[in-house]
Design a protein around this ligand. Structure first.
Ligand code: ADP
Length: 399
C-alpha cells in the first residue's frame, strides 16, 4: 500500500483536488467539483487521459469531500481512506502568524479565520474546505500552505507603508506579498542552478495575476504585491499601484461605494480596463492589427514591469545572480520577454539571446535567454506551485 497525499484548492463554491503517490510525487488523479451549494452541482475527474463528468447536487464543502472520497474509492484510486497520509490546503493569507507551511490544529484554524478580513474573497471557501476535510478525515494531518509565508523575511523598511504606525500595530496594515509558493519554488530552483544558497534574484511571476519578488541572500527582501494582491504591477484585470486619492475622488464623481471601487480595481482595471482584453495573446494580436488601445496597454504593462525590475536592481546594488521569468506570460510569451529585455539591457548590461528566447516554449521548456557576456543570467523557469504544496504537505505531515 503506497502512501497518498491529497492537495486541495477550495473556493467559495468549488473544490479542486489532486491525489499523489509519495515519495514518487506521481499524480494519480485530479478533479474539481463546481457549483457547491447549487442544485446543479457537477464534478470532473481526470486520469490517464480520461475525463469523467458527473452531475449531482452537492450541498456544502463537507459533502464535496465525501463525494470526492467516494469517487476515489469507487474508481480504485484508493482502497481505503487510511492510505491518505496527509492533506495540503492552499491558503491565501497567513498574516504575520506564519512564515512557513504548518500543521492545522484548532488554533491555526482560528488564526486563518481571523485573517478573513485580509482575504475576504478567498478565505471563506478555503476555510470551508479545511473544515470539510477535518470532519471527514479527522485523523489525517492537514497542512496549510500560505501564499504569503515566503515573504515574511522582508525587513520592516520594506514591508511597512508610510501611514500612521497605529494602522500597522492595531489593524495589520503592511505589505504581506503573494505568489509566495511560486517565488519560493523558483528560489529553490535557482539555488540548485547557481549552486549556492545566498542567491540574489529578481523573480518575475507574470501571469494574469503578476508580482515580482526581490530575493537577497536567498530570502525574500521585497515584493510588489501588498496588503492584498491588488498592489504593484499592472495585471490582467487589476490596476496595480495607483494614487490612493483616486478612491475618494471617483467615489464622489461617480457616486459609487468603496466596495464597488475596490471591485472595479480588481476586476475591471489593468489590461482589461485599458484595452477591453486581459489575455496577453489577444492583446498582442490586436496590437499587431493596429489597435492603439492594445498597444498602449501593452506598453504600460511593459513599463510597469521594467520599473520594479529597476527598483530591485538598485535594492540589490546591482549584485544580481539571475533575473527569472515565470508563470503564464513569463514562460510562454517570448515577445513579452524581448520587450522587457530591450528596456533593461542598456542599464544593466544583460543582452538577449534572441534565438534561445524565441525557442521557449516552442522548442524548449526553459533556458537561459541572456548571452554569455551578460552581467547576469536571465532565465525562463516554469513555476510549479502544486509541487511546492505537495512537498511541504509531505514534509510537514511526517513531522
Ligand atoms: P493566473 O495563474 O494568474 O490565472 P497564468 O499564469 O495562467 O495566470 O497566466 C495567464 C496569462 O498567460 C494570460 O494572459 C495568457 O494570455 C498568458 N499566456 C498563456 N499561454 C500563453 C502563450 N502561449 N503565449 C502568450 N501568452 C500566454
Amino acid at each position: 500500500m503506497k502512501d497518498k497525499y491529497l492537495i486541495i484548492n477550495a473556493g467559495s463554491s468549488s473544490l479542486k483536488f489532486s491525489l499523489y503517490e509519495m515519495p514518487s510525487t506521481k499524480e494519480i488523479v485530479n478533479g474539481y467539483i463546481q457549483k457547491i451549494g447549487d442544485s446543479d452541482s457537477f464534478y470532473t475527474l481526470k486520469y490517464k487521459g480520461q475525463k469523467v463528468d458527473k452531475e449531482r447536487e452537492i450541498k456544502n464543502h463537507k459533502q464535496a469531500v465525501e463525494v470526492m472520497l467516494e469517487e476515489l474509492k469507487e474508481n480504485k484510486f484508493i482502497t481505503s481512506i487510511d492510505e491518505i497520509k496527509g492533506v495540503g490546503h492552499r491558503v491565501l493569507h497567513g498574516g504575520e502568524y506564519y512564515s512557513s507551511s504548518t500543521l492545522i490544529d484548532e488554533e491555526v484554524l482560528k488564526n486563518i479565520k481571523s485573517l478573513t478580513k485580509l482575504g475576504p474573497l478567498h478565505h471563506p471557501g478555503e476555510i470551508a474546505g479545511i473544515e470539510g476535510m477535518m470532519e471527514v478525515l479527522e485523523n489525517v494531518p492537514q497542512v496549510a500552505v500560505f501564499d504569503t509565508a515566503f515573504h515574511q523575511t522582508m525587513p520592516k523598511k520594506n514591508y511597512l507603508y508610510a501611514v500612521p504606525y497605529s494602522w500597522y500595530k492595531e489593524n495589520g496594515v503592511r505589505k504581506y506579498g503573494f505568489h509566495g509558493t511560486s517565488h519560493n519554488y523558483i528560489t529553490n530552483k535557482m539555488k540548485d542552478h547557481l549552486k549556492k544558497d545566498d542567491v540574489n534574484l529578481i523573480i518575475c511571476h507574470i501571469g494574469s495575476g503578476a508580482s515580482i519578488a526581490c530575493i537577497k541572500g536567498g530570502v525574500c527582501y521585497d515584493t510588489t504585491m501588498g496588503l492584498t494582491p491588488l498592489d504593484g504591477l499592472i495585471m490582467g484585470t487589476r490596476s496595480g499601484s495607483i494614487d490612493p486619492s483616486i478612491l475618494e475622488y471617483i467615489s464622489k464623481e461617480r457616486g459609487i461605494s468603496l466596495e464597488k471601487i475596490t471591485e472595479e480595481l480588481n476586476k475591471k482595471s489593468g489590461l482589461i480596463g485599458l484595452a477591453g482584453k486581459n489575455d496577453f495573446r489577444d492583446l498582442s494580436k490586436a496590437s499587431q492589427k493596429g489597435d492603439e488601445k492594445a498597444t498602449l496597454a501593452l506598453n504600460m504593462f511593459y513599463n510597469s514591469v521594467t520599473k520594479y525590475i529597476a527598483q530591485y536592481y538598485f535594492e540589490l546594488e546591482s549584485e544580481v545572480d539571475a533575473l527569472v521569468f515565470t508563470a503564464g506570460i513569463g514562460e510562454n510569451a517570448y515577445i513579452f520577454r524581448e520587450n522587457i529585455m530591450n528596456r533593461i539591457s542598456k542599464a544593466t548590461g544583460v543582452k538577449l539571446d534572441k534565438e534561445v528566447n524565441e525557442s521557449i516554449p516552442s522548442k524548449l521548456e526553459k533556458g537561459i535567454i541572456s548571452t554569455e557576456d551578460s552581467s547576469f543570467e536571465v532565465i525562463v523557469e516554469p513555476t510549479n506551485e502544486e509541487y511546492m504544496i505537495l512537498m511541504d504537505t509531505y514534509n510537514v505531515s511526517r513531522g
